[in-house]
Design a protein around this ligand. Sequence first.
Ligand code: MG
Length: 494
Amino acid sequence: MKYNSPVNELLEEYRPVWALLYSSSVMRWDLETYMPRAGADARGRALADITMMVQSRIISMKPLIERGKASKGLTDVEKGVVRVLGRRLNYYERVPPTLIEELQRTTTKSRIAWREAKEKSDFKLFRPHLEKVLSLKMKEGERLAGGGDPYDALLDQGEEGLSSRDLDSIFGSLIPSLKKILSKVLKNGEPPSSHKLEKSGYDEPSIIAANAGVIQVLGMPNDRFRVDLSAHPFTSGMDVDDVRITTRFKDRDFRTTLYATIHESGHALYELQVDRDLRSTPIGHGVSSGFHESQSRFWENMVGRSREFVKKLTPVIHKMLEFTKRYDSDELYRYANLVRPSLIRVDADEITYNLHIALRYRIEKLLFEEKVKVAEIPQIWSDTIEELLGVKPKDDSTGSLQDIHWSSGGFASFPNYTVGNVIAGMCWEAISRKREFSAVINEGGVDELKKWLGSNIHRYGGTYAPRELQRRVFNKVNDTGGLIRYLETKYLKF
Ligand code: MG
C-alpha cells in the first residue's frame, strides 16, 4: 500500500518496533503455554528489555509523529497511524521510566502477596502491597492527566476517550434494569439457578474433542488459528495469519470450558478479520479493550448461548460427552443459561455480570477520590455486593481478593468489560434490525455474522478511535438500550 509522507517514513521507522512487539507476543504466548517454569526469570528480563527498546524507538519517532499531526489531507488509515503512535509517545513522555520500573517491581511482589493472601483468605496480608500499587497508579494517572482527572486518564489508556462521566451514565441506566430483569427471572424460576450437569464430571480426551467440535462449528480457519491450554484463557493476535487462543478445563461443569473457548474465539475472529493492508502497522489489531471484549462477549453470549446455536452444538456435545445424551437441546440451552446471583465475577451469568463490574467501579472511584482507604475495601465490598446482588461474602477470598487485576495495577480496567457488553448489545441490535437474531443464526449462520462484523468493525483495526468507530457503525456511543433489550427479549420469555 502507498502512503503519503510523512506516514510512509513513520511506517518504515515503525517496522522494527513491530518486529519487537511481534517477538514479545510470541514470547508471552510461550511463557503461558509450553515454557518450562524455571525459564520465567530469563523470559521476564528479555521481555523487559524489549519493552525498553520499543520505548526508545517510539520516542525517537517524535519529529515524524509531530509532522504527521500537522499534515493535511491524510487518509483515514494514515490519520489512524499518527493517532495511535501519538498516544504511545504521549504515554512515554508523561510517565517517566523510573515510575514504570517501580510499578513493574511493585506489582511483581504484590501479585505474589495477593496469591498468598487469597489462599489464606486474609486481606491484611495484601493490604500494604495494594496501598503501594494504588499510590503508584495514582501517580501514573496524575502524570497522564496533566492537571485533569487521574482516574479518567487511566480509563483512557484502555478505552480511548472513556471517562467516569460515561460510566456513571452507563451504570446509572444498567443497574436498575438488570435488577428488574433479575428479580423477574428469579421469580419465574426460568432459566433455573442450578442444573445437574454442573456436577457431571468428564475426562480430558472428551473435553478436548468437544472443544475441537465447537471450533469447527464456529468455522475457525485451521491454517491461521490454533488452540492450546493455559491457566487463564487468553488470545494472542500475532499476525492476521497467526492468531492463537488458549482455554482451560476443570473436571466438571463442561459449559465453562466450551464458553471460554467461544469467548476467546470471538477475540480471535476480530484479529483474523483485520484488513491485511494494515498488518505490521500500529493499527493492525483490534482498536481497544472494550471493543475487543465486545466481540468475545457477542460470540460467547448473544451467539453461543442462544437457543439456535445451542441446537447447532448439541450433536457435538452428545457425541463427545456421552453422559449428556439424555439431555435434549432445550435442556442444554437451560444449562448454558443458568441465572443466580453469586459472589464470584467469573462465574456470573449475563444478567448479573455487569453488577459485579459496577461494584468494582464504585470502589475504584472511591479510592481515587480518596474517600475510602485500602483497609476499608473488604467492608465496602461486602456492603455493596449485598446492595447490588443480595449476597454477602463469608470471607476475603470470595470477596475483595477474588480478582488478580488490582495486584497487577489493573485499576480502571474492569469497566472495559461492561463497555464490551454494551457494545455487544449494540451489535445485537444492529444485526437484528432487519431480521430477528434467531433467523440470522438459523439462516445465515456464523458466516453471515462474521461477514457483518468483519465489514463493519474488524477490518478497520485501529483506524478509528473507539468512539468514532461506534458512531460510524451504530450512530450512537455507549448506548445501553441494545443490551437491555437483548436481555429482556431473551430472559423475560425464556
Ligand atoms: Mg476477554
